[in-house]
Design a protein around this ligand. Structure first.
Ligand code: ABU
Length: 473
C-alpha cells in the first residue's frame, strides 16, 4: 500500500507519521545495504556507464525531471539507482582521490546534520554547531602550535576556497582600504607559490586581480605541505625566514598534508608551520572525515571579520540577547554556510586524537609497503627518487613490450598512453580506481594515494596485480 503513496502523504500531512517512518526505514535499508556492500571486496568499486548512456536512461532510472509527482515506490528506486550508478568512494580499493573512505561515525554525523538542516551564519539558529566549530578550530590551532590556540578560522567549502581566504586576508592585512576603495588602493601585487602547488593558489590570484609580472609588489607566499601529485612538503622554516625578512604573508597549504600534524611520527614534515600567518587544513582528506570539511586557520584574531564583514542588519543584529561575537557568519564570504563541523567533531569524540594519529600512521605505513613492493619490481619506474614524504607513490608501469625500448620520443609517446588505457580498463571492469596525470615534462604516470581506513596490504597487492593483468600486452 505504501508504494501508492506520494510525497504529500508524508509529514507534515495529517496521518503522515506512519508512512513517513515506513518510507525512511526503506531509505535506511537502501543506505545500510550500500554501506555493507561498500566494505565487501567482492562488490565492484563502480558500474561504469558513459554520460550518454545515463542520460538516455537506464532500465527504470530516468534522470529527466517530471512535471507530475512520482510515487514513493519510484522515489525509492531512484535512491537505489543513484547509488548503483555512482562510485563507491569508501571501497577499500578506491584510491583515486585524496578524499576516500567511509567513516561510519562521520556518516552518522552527516545524517544528523541534514536532519538538523540549519545554517552556520548565526548562533541564533546553530548554537551548538557554532560552539563546536569554535572549539574544534581552537584545538587545530593548538596542534599547529599557535600560543594557547589563539587566532581565528572558519570551515569553508573546500581547500580552494580556504586558500582564497588566505589571499584575501593577506591583502586586507597590508592594504585594508582595498575593502572599500577597490584594487586602486593597492599597488600591483604578486603572489609566490611553487610549480607543484595546487592550482587554487593561481586561481585565487586570478579571481582576486593579482598578476604575474616582474616589478609587482610581493605580498604573499604559499608553502605547500603535501603537494597534490607528489605529496612533497616545502621547507616551511626556510620560507618563513624569507617571509620574515621581507615582511610577506606566509600561508601553508596543508589541505592534504595538514593531517600529518596529528601524528607524532610524521608532524616534523610540517616543521615551522607555527610561523605561518594562515594554514589550510582539510580533515576530509587525510583524516577521513566525509566531504566536505576544510578549515582556514589564521594566526591573527579578528582579521577574518575585518576583511569580510558587511554587518547586514537583517541577520547580524548587534542588539541580540546573547554575545553576538558568536554570530560568526560575517567572517565568511558566503552568507549561507553548511554545517561541516558536526561529523568532524563527532569523529574526534569517537576516535580521540590518538585515533586520528593511528589512522594517519597506518596510511603512511601502507604507502611505504607499496613503495617497497614496486621500487625494484620489473616493469615499474618511480617518478621521483627517494622515499615518498606522504602517501603519494608515483610510478610508471611499463608493459612487457616496451621494457627493452630505448629512451626517446617514441617511448615517451607510447608510455604517455599506458596509464590512461589501464585506468579506462579498470573503470570498465569496475575493480579498482587510481589516478594518473602528466606533470611538467613527465608523461602520464600513476599517482597512488592512501587515505582510506579500510585499505589493507591485500588491497595494495590487488591493485598491482590488476595493473599487471590489464597492462599485459
Ligand atoms: N583538492 C585536490 C583534490 C585532488 C584529488 O583528490 O586528487
Amino acid at each position: 500500500k505504501k508504494y501508492l503513496l506520494h510525497t504529500f502523504d508524508l509529514l507534515p500531512a495529517k496521518n503522515g507519521e506512519e508512512p513517513t517512518m515506513q518510507f525512511l526505514l526503506e531509505v535506511v535499508d537502501i543506505l545500510t545495504n550500500y554501506i555493507r556492500k561498500t566494505f565487501d571486496r567482492s562488490t565492484k568499486v563502480l558500474d561504469f556507464h558513459h554520460p550518454h548512456q545515463l542520460l538516455e536512461g537506464m532500465e527504470g532510472f530516468n534522470l529527466e525531471l517530471s512535471d507530475q509527482p512520482e510515487s514513493l515506490e519510484q522515489i525509492l528506486v531512484d535512491c537505489r539507482d543513484t547509488l548503483k550508478y555512482g562510485v563507491r568512494t569508501g571501497h577499500p580499493r578506491f584510491f583515486n582521490q585524496l578524499s576516500t573512505g567511509l567513516d561510519i561515525i562521520g556518516l552518522a554525523g552527516e545524517w544528523l546534520t541534514s536532519t538538523a538542516n540549519t545554517n552556520m551564519f548565526t548562533y541564533e539558529i546553530a548554537p551548538v554547531f557554532v560552539l563546536m566549530e569554535q572549539l574544534t578550530l581552537k584545538k587545530m590551532r593548538e596542534i599547529i602550535g599557535w600560543p594557547n590556540g589563539e587566532g581565528d578560522g572558519l570551515f569553508s567549502p573546500g581547500g580552494a576556497i580556504s586558500n582564497m581566504y588566505s589571499v584575501m586576508i593577506a591583502r586586507y592585512k597590508y592594504f585594508p582600504e582595498v575593502k572599500t576603495k577597490g584594487m586602486s588602493a593597492a599597488p600591483r601585487l604578486v603572489l609566490f607559490t611553487s610549480e607543484h602547488s595546487h592550482y587554487s593558489i593561481t586561481k585565487a590570484g586570478a579571481a582576486l586581480g593579482f598578476g604575474k609580472e616582474n616589478g609587482y609588489v610581493p605580498l604573499f607566499v604559499n608553502a605547500t605541505a603535501g603537494t597534490t601529485v607528489y605529496g612533497a612538503f616545502d621547507p616551511i622554516n626556510d620560507i618563513a625566514d624569507i617571509c620574515e625578512k621581507y615582511n610577506l604573508w606566509l600561508h601553508v597549504d596543508g589541505a592534504w598534508g595538514g593531517g600529518l600534524l596529528m601524528s607524532r611520527r610524521h608532524r616534523h614534515k610540517l616543521s615551522g608551520v607555527e610561523r605561518a600567518n594562515s594554514v589550510t587544513w582539510n580533515p576530509h582528506k587525510m583524516m577521513g572525515v566525509p566531504l566536505q570539511c576544510s578549515a582556514i586557520l589564521v594566526r591573527e584574531k579578528g582579521i577574518l571579520q575585518g576583511c569580510n564583514s558587511m554587518c547586514a542588519g537583517y541577520l547580524f543584529q548587534p542588539d541580540k540577547q546573547y554575545d553576538v561575537t558568536y554570530d560568526t557568519g560575517d567572517k565568511a564570504i558566503q552568507c549561507g554556510r553548511h554545517v561541516d563541523i558536526f561529523k568532524f567533531w563527532l569523529m574526534w569524540k569517537a576516535k580521540g586524537t590518538v585515533g586520528f594519529e593511528q589512522h594517519i600512521d597506518r596510511c603512511l605505513e601502507l604507502s611505504e609497503y607499496l613503495y617497497n613492493k614496486i621500487k625494484n619490481r620489473p616493469g615499474y619506474e618511480m617518478v621521483f627518487q627517494g622515499e615518498p614524504q606522504h602517501t603519494n607513490v608515483c610510478f610508471w608501469y611499463i608493459p612487457p613490450s616496451m621494457r627493452n625500448m630505448p629512451d626517446g620520443e617514441e617511448r615517451r609517446e607510447r608510455l604517455h598512453k599506458v596509464a590512461p588505457k589501464i585506468k579506462a580498463m579498470m573503470m570498465e571492469s569496475g575493480t579498482t580506481m587510481v589516478g594518473y596525470q602528466p606533470q611538467g615534462d613527465k608523461v602520464n604516470f600513476f599517482r597512488m594515494v592512501i587515505s582510506n581506513h579500510a585499505a589493507t596490504r591485500s588491497d595494495i597487492d590487488f591493485l598491482i596485480d590488476e595493473i599487471e593483468r590489464l597492462g599485459h600486452d
